[in-house]
Design a protein around this ligand. Structure first.
Ligand code: SAJ
Length: 401
């Protein structure tokens, strides 16, 4: 069987690699020629533990080939980004253009699947585009929605072992999609319809956003009340039915900071809690930036000189190189803009070079800084020893003080 993956990003590429290792012939398509070139050379353009060896293997044995254009296959997978526009309205234009790219190749019996996180109704909308252009395919192809749910950093395990939700436009499409995924997914494949599957993905990430907002709100209350939030949450979680997440400097990434807007944009009156959680998590980044600026002013007043400030972490979560929608990056930018010539050291151990930020090794920055701002809980930072002689703003619970 031959499958065509449209999009070789954080999800498309690992899925294509795993599928290729299970005997499926893969053509991986990306509009970025640099990604295609790198992939064909067996080099990973993303950071994901253990994946590069697998890529090398499937490229070497010919089961995965990357290209900038699709070609004839038996199944087509849309795994492209769905960002939002300026007003938080979902932008499905990449899904649409990927669909239009595969349109000429579709033939009787083919499977077409959207994996990209999408607003409710997207699968039906893409089916309309397909059948408007190719009416002869009506009733002849299988169309389904199957969202991914893997956690970056643990992709190889989760791609295979997580349960998945599969929603076809009709029963036969659900069957066909389940048949495909059962070739490499060990988790249970749950059947539903396309609209429920679309909403299920949005629900999962909104649920996490709401829960993190609760932790972030607690952290601000505790700060004002003089209570250690880390201790508080640990104690509250000893209750058998309480499970509070950890506060941070905000919520980032391309999933949790984005997907809830796909619900609020379409159902604004009904989604007040989801909208409020988004606001709280966005506000937490502003709040952290203000805290840093205040600490800098205080230092200058107390010491009659400008502080050296270390901004520790740019990535949106621990131990990855992904800066998408990163609150740490946002806070660092805000602090640099208002730094009034104070020296700001920027640290991100998972990146060697950045086109905007000059990076400093984490231990050097920690040694030199008067004010240390812990933004992302990278493993490297956990090796640092707490220092009473520095102002430490620990937004991600490294020292839990
Ligand atoms: N975060 C906190 N406190 C926590 C947990 C997370 O502040 O206790 C922050 C992180 O620092 C980060 C953000 O939340 O900024 C999101 O990180 P994450 O680890 O919760 O999730 P993602 O964005 O890496 O992956 C999520 C996952 N969804 C859920 O856990 C419901 C993943 O399973 C999805 O596949 C992925 O979104 C996606 O692609 O949609």
């Amino acid at each position: 069987m031959k499958a065509c993956f449209m999009g070789l990003g954080y999800i498309g590429l690992p899925t294509a690699i795993i599928a290729a290792r299970h005997g499926i012939e893969i053509i991986g398509v990306d509009i970025n020629p640099a990604v295609v070139e790198k992939t064909n050379a067996g080099k990973l353009h993303i950071v994901e533990p253990g994946l590069e060896e697998m890529l090398k293997e499937v490229v070497a044995n010919g089961s995965l080939r990357a290209a900038t254009e699709p070609s004839t296959a038996d199944a087509y997978f849309m795994v492209v980004p769905t960002p939002f526009k300026g007003d938080h309205q979902p932008d499905v234009s990449y899904v649409e253009s990927a669909t239009r790219m595969v349109l000429p190749f579709l033939k009787k019996g083919d499977l077409y699947v959207i994996e990209s996180t999408s607003p409710v109704g997207t699968t039906e909308a893409m089916a309309k585009i397909i059948f408007d252009e190719r009416p002869e395919l009506k009733g002849e192809i299988f169309i389904a929605y199957c969202p991914e749910r893997v956690l970056p950093g643990n992709v190889i395990f989760e791609l295979v072992n997580n349960d998945r939700v599969i929603g076809g436009l009709d029963e036969a499409s659900t069957d066909k999609a389940i048949e495909f995924y059962s070739q490499f997914v060990k988790g249970t494949l749950h059947r539903t319809n396309a609209r429920t599957a679309e909403m299920c993905k949005l629900t999962e990430n909104s649920s996490r956003d709401v829960q993190i907002a609760f932790a972030n709100e607690l952290s601000m209350i505790c700060d004002a009340a003089g209570i250690n939030v880390w201790e508080l949450i640990q104690l509250a979680n000893r209750h058998p039915r309480v499970n509070i997440l950890q506060p941070g400097c905000g919520v980032g990434g391309h999933c949790i900071a984005v997907d809830p807007y796909f619900i609020t944009a379409e159902f604004p009156k009904e989604s007040r809690l989801i909208a409020q959680a988004r606001e709280i998590n966005n506000f937490k980044a502003e709040y952290c930036a203000e805290k840093v600026k205040n600490a800098m002013l205080r230092f200058e007043l107390d010491h009659k000189r400008k502080p050296v400030v270390a901004m520790m972490g740019l990535a949106f979560k621990p131990n990855i190189d992904d800066l998408r929608e990163s609150p740490a990056k946002y806070i660092t930018t805000k602090v640099m803009q208002g730094c009034n010539n104070a020296e700001i050291l920027v640290v991100e151990p998972n990146i060697t070079e950045h086109n905007v930020f000059k990076l400093t090794p984490f231990d050097e920055a920690y040694r030199r800084a008067d004010i240390v701002v812990l933004l992302t809980a990278h493993n490297e930072f956990r090796t640092l020893e707490y220092r009473d002689d520095k102002v430490i703003l620990d937004f991600c619970g490294i020292f839990k003080k």
